[in-house]
Ligand binder design. Structure first.
Ligand code: ZN
Length: 469
């Protein structure tokens, strides 16, 4: 008896053979892996708290490609809890992952699967985190990573894709257009399909978040998840269902799904008691990570929220950004706007008496704020006032000068160091050497400087970024 099979979570269709399918052939829903009930009862988690501790409840791979993902901190957030009047408030901090988002879990599993099946190229439509994560894991094993990205893309995520050496192609205005192109490209090239919405391993990987939260704390009363395609909230629910089936708990959390007001197809359907998400013609939010106007997992997410006796709410971009600053100032976590939405939505729910002050609440912080554009704008605004950002520009100038021709500290000060002390230039050079971007060698009385391979790559990535901006 197989330990698991692929099937449709909406109509129950069961995939009998090992064929690769992206969707249910009957109802076009995304597919899920279903684990055998008897098998689940006998699973024991082994090893330290990392993503691969949960290997036994993941589809099998023959080789694991890992950068140290998972096992992220679950912080008790007392200072934020105080403002919200919540006594048991926690943040699951997925910014701690190798590329600073929860997508590293999916990237580790998907790239391991692609490698195990003998693929040398993958294709993925992505609006950011999934692509940045896949690019890093592909780099580790030398698989060629092809990313199709929509125009609206956070610069920090694009910078990661560039540095990790992915092949990047712009594919339309929205993520939906990019997904259609990725399906087409897969058929033409026979590359491995790594798009989150088209590969059920993404949900499998994200469900380990539920396992971690339960092992780190307990099954919370509420778990708050930002919704784009709806895949993540589905994964969280699937995780808790499997924990129930494994006999490790008989409690399930209630789900709170959050979307941005300018793009809330799942929330609007939930409020109207519809079974399917509304179709959005135009969406508007700065939270690019959850800007999805026709969510592929929407129908499944709506079903999960209902089954959990949960709720779906939308909040404004303004509240999200306010919350982003609040969580940074009060808890020391720099979350992206979509993640901050999982905190911003709690106050109204407290005011309405839906959440009670002693309830255990976990908000899922999926990705770092360092990757998003709003933060670049904030830095840009402050730069003129405080000189922030000046150091980066100086370092880039130094790297460029070192790349051009043989030079040394004093020479650099003369050509680049206008208005700076010699000491400040040497401090920059020490920093650059510590980061492995330059190296130095003695010749006569002088120490000459040279760019390392890493230095060359970083400089190239910075130039690519300038060209894009
Ligand atoms: Zn189906």
């Amino acid at each position: 008896m197989a330990e698991y099979h692929l099937g449709c979570p909406i109509c129950g269709f069961r995939v009998e053979n090992e064929v690769i399918l992206n969707k249910c052939p009957k109802c076009y829903s995304p597919l899920d892996f279903f684990f055998d009930e008897e098998y689940l009862k006998n699973v024991v988690f082994r090893g330290p708290l990392t993503f691969w501790r949960y290997e036994k409840i993941l589809p099998k791979v023959s080789k694991i490609i890992s950068l140290g993902e998972g096992g992220t901190a679950l912080h008790r957030a007392d200072r934020l809890g105080e403002i919200l009047r919540l006594k048991n408030f926690y943040l699951k901090d997925e910014t701690r992952n190798p590329t600073n988002s929860f997508k590293d879990r999916a990237a580790s599993l998907i790239v391991s699967d692609a490698y195990s099946k003998g693929f040398d190229s993958i294709i993925c439509a992505t609006n950011g985190n999934q692509g940045a994560a896949l690019a890093a894991y592909c780099a580790k094993i030398d698989i060629s990573c092809h990313l199709l990205v929509p125009k609206a893309l956070d610069m920090g995520k694009l910078a990661q894709m560039i540095v990790y050496d992915a092949q990047i192609e712009e594919a339309g205005e929205t993520i939906e257009e990019a997904i259609i192109k990725a399906e087409k490209r897969e058929k033409e090239t026979r590359w491995y399909q790594a798009t989150a919405e088209l590969n059920p391993l993404s949900v499998e990987a994200s469900k380990t978040l539920s396992m971690e939260v339960m092992e780190q704390l307990t099954v919370p009363d509420w778990i708050v998840v930002a919704m784009g395609s709806g895949a993540t909230i589905h994964a969280i629910w699937k995780g808790f269902i499997e924990l129930n089936r494994m006999g490790l708990t008989d409690k399930k959390p209630r789900l709170i799904g959050v979307q941005a007001e300018g793009c809330a197809p799942i929330v609007e359907a939930h409020i109207k008691n519809d079974l399917e998400p509304m179709q959005y013609v135009k969406s508007a939010t700065t939270a690019v990570a959850i800007k999805v106007s026709s969510p592929i997992y929407g129908k499944i997410a709506l079903k999960d929220i209902r089954n959990s006796k949960g709720i779906a709410v939308s909040i404004s971009d303004e509240e999200m950004l306010k919350s982003e600053k609040e969580v940074a100032k009060r808890e020391g976590i720099f979350a992206e706007p979509a993640s901050a939405a999982t905190i911003a939505c709690l106050k109204p729910l407290m005011d309405q008496g839906i959440i009670e002050k002693n309830d255990i609440v976990v908000s899922l912080i999926t990705s770092s704020g360092l990757k998003t554009d709003d933060i670049l704008k904030t830095i840009h605004k402050h730069k003129k006032l405080t000189g922030i950002g000046f150091n980066l520009a100086t370092k880039e100038k130094l790297l460029k000068r070192i790349q051009r021709s043989q030079t040394y500290g004093y020479d650099l000060w003369k050509s680049v160091g206008k208005g700076m002390t010699v000491g400040a230039i040497y401090q920059h050079l020490t920093d650059l050497e510590k980061r492995g971007l330059i190296t130095s060698f003695a010749e006569g009385k002088r120490r000459y400087l040279r760019l390392t391979d890493k230095g060359e790559r970083v400089l190239q990535a910075l130039e690519d970024l300038h060209n894009l901006l």
